[in-house]
Design a protein around this ligand. Structure first.
Ligand code: CTP
Length: 403
C-alpha cells in the first residue's frame, strides 16, 4: 500500500442487502482505495466473511468468540487507519446504537473510536425506516456530521414497497469518494452565509414573506464547512435542517438580518448573501389582529427596508470577498450587473427564476456568475454543485485580492 493510498473501513451489518457490500468494496478498490471490512455477527449469516476476506485481501474483523486475543487493540488500530468509515448496509440497529452511544460489538466499538468521517447507507423495511425512533436517530447522526446516504424507494425484499432500499451501490461509492477527496481548501477562512426569507409582521398573527426555501444558502454553508471553513449561517425561518458543524444565527426581519450581519461581517473573509430579505415592511404593525371591514379594501402602507448587502458593501475591506444573489424574472444580466455595482459586491450569482429547474424551492439551479469584468454561465445543476462552484470562485477572488 502506497503512503498516499486512502483507507476505507467498510462496516457490513445484517440485512439482505449485505451482499451488495461486495460490489461497493470492488467499486472503492477500482478507485484506488484500500478497503478493510468489519462485519457484525448477523451480517455473517448473509455473506461469509471469507468472501470479504478474499475480495479485500485483508482479514475480516468479525465479532465472534474465536476472535484473536489482540482484538481490543486491533479494532482501535482499524479505527485510526480509516480515512473514511462507511457502513453499508446500515441496519436500524447500528444506526440506533451510533445515535445513542452504544458500543457492544466489534463494529459499534470501532466506529465509535474513529475520528475519520463516517458515512452510513441505511437499508431496512419501510416501516422501520419511517419509525420515528429511526428518523430521530438519523437526524442525530446528521447533526453530528455523519453523512447519511438516504435509502431509495422501491420493492423491498420483505415484499413491501417504499423507502428503505439500499441506495444504488454506484451512488454510495461516489458519495464515499467525494468525501475522501474533499479538499480542505477553505481551512482557516471565515465564511458567513445568509439564507432564507424574512418575515415582516402586519399584526400579531400575520406577516409578509417570500418563497425563499433557504436551500441555496444551506448548500453553500454545508459546502464551505466540508471544505474546512469556519462557517456562520445567518438563517431566516425555513423548514430544512442546518448542516452540521456550522454556527447558526437566526433572524426574522430584514432589520434583524442587518443587525446580525453587522455584528459578524467585519471578521469574515468571504460573505455570501443568499437570503431573500423583504424590501418592504409595514409602516405600522397593528397591535391587535386586523379585522375585516364590511367589504372595504384593506390598505397596507409599506415602507422600504434597509438594503443589507448595500449597507455591508460600504464597509467592505480590500481583503474581503462579498458575493450577492440576484433572483430575476427579466433582463437578468443587466439587473444583476446593476446590483453588483450598487452593492459593492465582488460577484453576483444571477438566476432567472422563471426557468424550469431554477429558483425557489427546487433542488437545482441555473446560475450565471457575474463579476465586474467577467461572466460565466453554468448549466443546470444541483444547488450543492452550484455551491461548490460559487465557493471555488469566491476563494480564487480572495486569493487574487491577497496576492
Ligand atoms: N438584499 C439585501 N437587502 C435587501 C434586499 C436584497 O441585502 N433589502 C440582497 C440579497 O440578499 C441579494 C441581493 O441583495 O444578495 C439582491 O437581492 P434582490 O432581491 O435580487 O435585489 P433588490 O436589491 O431587492 O432589487 P429588486 O428587488 O428591485 O430586484
Amino acid at each position: 500500500m502506497s503512503s498516499k493510498q486512502k483507507c476505507v473501513v467498510l462496516g457490513v451489518t445484517g440485512g439482505i442487502a449485505a451482499y451488495k457490500a461486495c460490489e461497493i468494496l470492488r467499486l472503492l478498490q477500482k478507485r484506488g482505495m484500500d478497503v478493510f471490512v468489519v462485519m457484525t455477527k448477523n451480517a455473517c449469516r448473509f455473506v461469509a466473511p471469507l468472501t470479504f476476506e478474499t475480495l479485500s485481501g485483508h482479514p475480516v474483523a468479525v465479532d465472534t468468540f474465536e476472535r484473536p486475543a489482540t482484538w481490543e487493540v486491533e479494532h482501535i488500530a482499524l479505527a485510526k487507519r480509516a480515512d473514511l468509515f462507511l457502513i453499508a448496509p446500515a441496519t436500524a440497529n447500528i444506526i440506533g446504537k451510533m445515535a445513542n452511544g452504544i458500543a457492544d460489538d466489534m463494529l459499534s466499538t470501532t466506529v465509535m473510536a474513529t475520528r475519520a468521517p463516517v458515512m452510513v447507507a441505511p437499508a431496512m423495511n419501510t416501516g422501520m425506516w419511517d419509525n420515528p425512533a429511526t428518523q430521530e436517530n438519523v437526524k442525530k447522526l446528521i447533526a453530528r456530521g455523519v453523512h447519511v446516504v438516504t435509502p431509495a424507494s422501491g420493492h423491498l425484499a420483505c415484499g413491501d414497497s417504499g423507502a428503505g432500499k439500499l441506495e444504488d451501490v454506484n451512488v454510495i461509492a461516489e458519495r464515499a469518494i467525494a468525501v475522501l477527496e474533499q479538499e480542505k481548501d477553505l481551512a482557516g477562512l471565515r465564511v458567513l452565509v445568509t439564507a432564507g426569507p424574512t418575515r415582516e409582521a402586519l399584526d400579531p398573527v400575520r406577516y409578509v414573506s417570500n418563497r425563499s426555501s433557504g436551500k441555496m444558502g444551506y448548500a453553500l454553508a454545508e459546502n464551505a464547512a466540508m471544505r474546512g471553513a469556519d462557517v456562520t449561517l445567518l438563517t431566516g425561518p425555513v423548514s430544512i435542517e442546518p448542516p452540521a458543524g456550522v454556527t447558526v444565527v437566526k433572524f426574522t426581519t430584514t432589520q434583524d438580518l442587518l443587525d446580525r450581519a453587522l455584528e459578524h461581517a467585519g471578521s469574515q473573509d468571504i460573505l455570501i448573501q443568499a437570503a431573500a430579505p423583504a424590501d418592504y415592511r409595514a409602516e405600522e404593525v397593528a397591535p391587535q389582529k386586523i379585522k375585516k371591514n364590511d367589504g372595504e379594501p384593506l390598505v397596507l402602507r409599506l415602507v422600504e427596508n434597509p438594503d443589507v448587502a448595500a449597507t455591508l458593501g460600504k464597509a467592505k475591506r480590500d481583503d474581503q470577498v462579498f458575493v450577492g444573489f440576484a433572483a430575476e424574472t427579466n433582463d437578468v444580466t443587466a439587473h444583476a450587473q446593476g446590483k453588483l455595482v450598487k452593492k459593492n459586491l465582488d460577484m453576483i450569482v444571477a438566476n432567472d427564476v422563471t426557468r424550469p429547474g431554477a429558483g425557489f424551492d427546487v433542488d437545482t439551479n441555473i446560475v450565471t456568475l457575474i463579476e465586474p469584468d467577467a461572466m460565466r454561465a453554468l448549466p443546470l445543476m444541483t444547488k450543492t454543485e452550484a455551491a461548490g462552484h460559487i465557493l471555488t470562485r469566491a476563494k480564487e477572488l480572495l486569493d487574487a485580492k491577497r496576492a
